[in-house]
Design a protein around this ligand. Structure first.
Ligand code: ZN
Length: 350
């Protein structure tokens, strides 16, 4: 949106003279161009090939006019202001042809005088600088000029920016904090951790809550687990994308080819076991990983396999996490999803 602001100017004697030159030049250029367009129209109105003059035709005309000795004085005004007069005239013609304004008049000396400076002006607190006007023109700035750069530095803008930055920082640090807590819990509790590395996309597809978690967060989460495991001398086994991790029954090995993404639970038709999609996939990933290092299964005297989500659940309770998010902020949603997510990474303690 454009907003107009009026400020009173106090030009000195020389500047007053320049103003009247600017007024005169703009007026003459407008009138001459209007006259040209009208005569051209009258001459060619029966010629369907010629549609009338446009802005560029009039700028060519202005250049020729300035070369003539009797119009040499047009050079005293800023050429951009004169071009602006031609542009305004062109706009007036277009508006007239569209039927949205009256036909443009010739400008008279007795009318209100004006000219426009489209570029190369400047102003300070109380001085306005215009092309060819020399020293700054005194100006009474009775109100702040929000059109200007000052707005960018305004206190309110700063405040708003700071608030947004703080919120982002808070969310980011909460998310990092959460990732740290969970990765610490996992690496403390288990000696061997199997991660299906290339499955980020699939995980986002499969787990409703994981959908809003960015790849960046996943990658960071895996990085945390990796470096913490390394520090504590734990084993990390990364396996490639395991296509059948969800579809294979972890009890008998039967493959359920028809399993869809929406099925969170399924019953194996071979061994009749009721399987939680995610826990089943996690067990398969674990078994696959352990198989890679020559351990087919966890020795029975080491206790039952427990999905990581159990320890996570405890972690979540400790963190006093609310199971509710109505926020439209994607970062907050992500954080919420992070908190609610059942992290299903196959883990065992051989
Ligand atoms: Zn089965």
């Amino acid at each position: 949106m454009l907003t107009a602001y009026k400020f009173r100017l106090y030009p000195n004697k020389d500047q007053k003279e320049m103003f009247s030159k600017y007024f005169g030049c703009s007026r003459v250029v407008w009138n001459k161009a209007l006259e040209l367009r009208e005569s051209y129209y009258k001459e060619h109105k029966n010629d369907k090939q010629k549609k009338g003059l446009n802005y560029y035709d009039t700028t060519r005309f202005l250049r020729e006019l300035k070369r003539k000795e009797e119009y040499n004085w047009l050079k005293e005004a800023n050429s951009q202001s004169l071009q602006q007069a031609l542009m305004d005239l062109d706009k007036a013609f277009k508006a007239f042809f569209k039927g949205i304004s009256k036909y443009q008049n010739y400008k008279k000396k007795t009318n209100r005088q004006s000219f426009r400076v489209p570029q190369f002006f400047n102003f300070t607190d109380n001085l306005l600088y215009l092309p060819k006007m020399g020293k700054g023109i005194k100006m009474e700035v009775h109100r702040e000029f929000p059109l200007s750069r000052k707005q960018k530095d305004s206190k309110n803008r700063d405040k708003a920016r700071l608030m947004v930055a703080k919120t982002h920082e808070k969310v980011a640090s909460q998310r990092n904090d959460f990732l740290h807590k969970v990765s610490t819990a996992i690496t403390k509790q288990f000696d061997t951790i199997v991660i299906e590395t290339l499955n980020i996309k699939e995980m986002k597809k499969n787990h409703g809550l994981a959908k809003s978690i960015s790849n960046v967060s996943w990658s960071r989460f895996f990085e945390f687990i990796k470096y913490k495991a390394e520090k504590q001398g734990k084993n990390i086994i990364e396996i490639g994308m395991f296509e059948k991790s969800s579809k294979t029954c972890s009890v008998c090995g039967h493959v359920n080819k028809g399993l869809t993404l929406n099925e969170r639970e399924w019953t194996c038709t071979d061994c009749n076991t009721l399987l939680d999609r995610d826990v089943n996939a996690a067990i398969n990933i674990r078994n696959f990983g352990l198989n890679q290092i020559g351990l087919n299964q966890i020795p029975s005297d080491r206790g039952e396999y427990k999905p990581v989500e159990n320890s996570l659940t405890a972690e979540l309770v400790k963190l006093n996490i609310q199971a509710r998010s109505t926020s439209h902020d994607s970062e907050k949603q992500e954080l919420y999803a992070m908190k609610k997510l059942k992290l299903l990474i196959g883990a065992g303690s051989p």
